[in-house]
Design a protein around this ligand. Structure first.
Ligand SMILES: Nc1ncnc2c1ncn2[C@@H]1O[C@H](COP(=O)(O)OP(=O)(O)OP(=O)(O)O)[C@@H](O)[C@H]1O
Ligand SMILES: [Mg+2]
Length: 361
């Protein structure tokens, strides 16, 4: 397997710049997930790595070798698409072995490679079937098998699980990650599904409008999002936000005043916040506590707007002023629409962002 180095990569289609200075270093044997909203340039970047799209600026290197001018066949990569792109007139075995056959490998070698991949993917009993005789998940496996058989220097995936139902998706993401580990592969995986990104990646690259917002491990991005975009993109339900400012209370202590809450909140220990600084406060739905009358400091008074019971969790939609927040509790919360509710924010889990720059403070 091989490392992939993407340096200052730019892509323009005519006058439109869709990628603007992308730097990513995919280490050997790393599983990198490119994630971001529709149209941010994920597929374009992946296709540029694959050689299916020309590179307008910067450089892509695979295994230390510049490949800008190298055709897709010579890059030694295998790509798995959302559409599977199987040949309908070939059996699963023929689809999987086709690339080796094209390379004029001996029939025995092709058969062995196909059987080995089929064993790994639990496809042995299905090798003689045509794609139309396979379920979506099985077709997806054949597409994976075709990639494995090539023994490429890296795997590129573009939303390979989008066509599957939720249960199969959850199953396949574990399978793909296990295969990656077992094969000692290097993988670049594109998705807009933040759960896939969080659960599969060694490191996530969050993209937005042709640029990189942040690169880091799933936990780094979840715990310390670098800006408002990343904070709002990762995590479900999505992070709650409210505008506010740093104020000095009667005792001379710096506190946070939220725009719509009359009470102030303790300032988390971020170091250098000045009185008057305008901030956006972010709070994950899982980090808000519902408290009783006995708790006074740092409490927000809100009203319950809606309740969702998922069985395991309770989601409460609450409002204070014109702000609506979601709270997620692992307890069965007994509340009704219209109830008054008191919320406590754990200062250690408050995220603060600069209102102007939207960067983490
Ligand atoms: N051949 C092309 N000509 C012109 N513009 C293109 C072309 N291919 C892609 N684009 C534009 O480039 C941008 C990035 O597209 P891309 O397919 O990489 O997005 P994406 O992040 O993969 O989105 P999605 O999640 O919807 O698949 C989009 O604005 C798209 O319209
Ligand atoms: Mg895409």
């Amino acid at each position: 397997m091989a490392a992939i180095e993407i340096s200052k990569v730019v892509k323009t289609f005519g006058a439109v710049k869709v990628l603007d200075g992308i730097d990513v270093e995919v280490k050997d044997r790393e599983f990198i997930v490119l994630v971001g909203p529709s149209g941010c340039g994920k597929s374009t970047l992946l296709r540029m790595i694959a050689g299916l799209e020309s590179i307008s600026g910067g450089q892509v290197a695979i295994g230390g070798r510049r490949v800008n001018e190298v055709g897709p066949q010579e890059r030694d990569l295998a790509m798995v698409f959302q559409s599977y792109a199987l040949y309908p007139h070939m059996t699963a075995a023929e689809n999987m072995g086709f690339s080796l056959k094209l390379r004029n490998r001996p029939a025995g070698e092709v058969r062995e490679a196909v059987l080995d991949a089929a064993r790994r993917l639990h496809l042995t009993a299905l090798l003689d079937r045509y794609p139309r005789q396979l379920s979506g998940g099985q077709r997806q496996r054949v597409a994976m098998g075709r990639a494995i058989v090539r023994d490429p220097s890296a795997f590129l995936f573009d939303e390979p699980l989008s066509n599957l139902d939720a249960k199969l998706r959850a199953h396949m993401r574990i399978e793909i990650r296990q295969l990656h580990d077992a094969l000692g592969a290097t993988s670049v995986y594109v998705t807009h599904d933040q759960v896939e990104a969080m659960t599969m990646a060694d490191r996530i690259v969050v993209m937005n409008a042709g640029r990189i917002e942040q690169v880091g491990t799933p936990i780094e991005l979840f715990d310390t999002p670098a800006n408002l975009f990343v904070a709002g993109f990762l995590g479900a339900p999505t992070m709650n936000f409210s505008g506010g400012a740093v104020v000095r209370d009667d005792a001379g202590e710096l506190r946070i005043a939220l725009q719509v809450s009359p009470r102030t909140l303790p300032l988390p220990d971020t170091g250098s916040l000045d009185e008057g600084a305008e901030i956006v406060l972010g709070m994950r739905p899982q980090h808000i506590e519902i408290v009783g009358e006995d708790v006074q400091d740092g409490v927000i008074d809100a009203e319950v707007r809606a309740i969702e019971q998922t069985g395991c969790e309770t989601n409460l939609i609450v409002a204070f002023g014109d702000v609506e927040w979601t709270i997620q509790s692992h307890h069965r919360v007994l509340a009704a629409t219209g109830d008054a509710i008191r919320l406590r924010l754990d200062p250690a889990r408050v995220h603060l962002f600069d209102k102007q720059t939207e960067k983490r403070l």
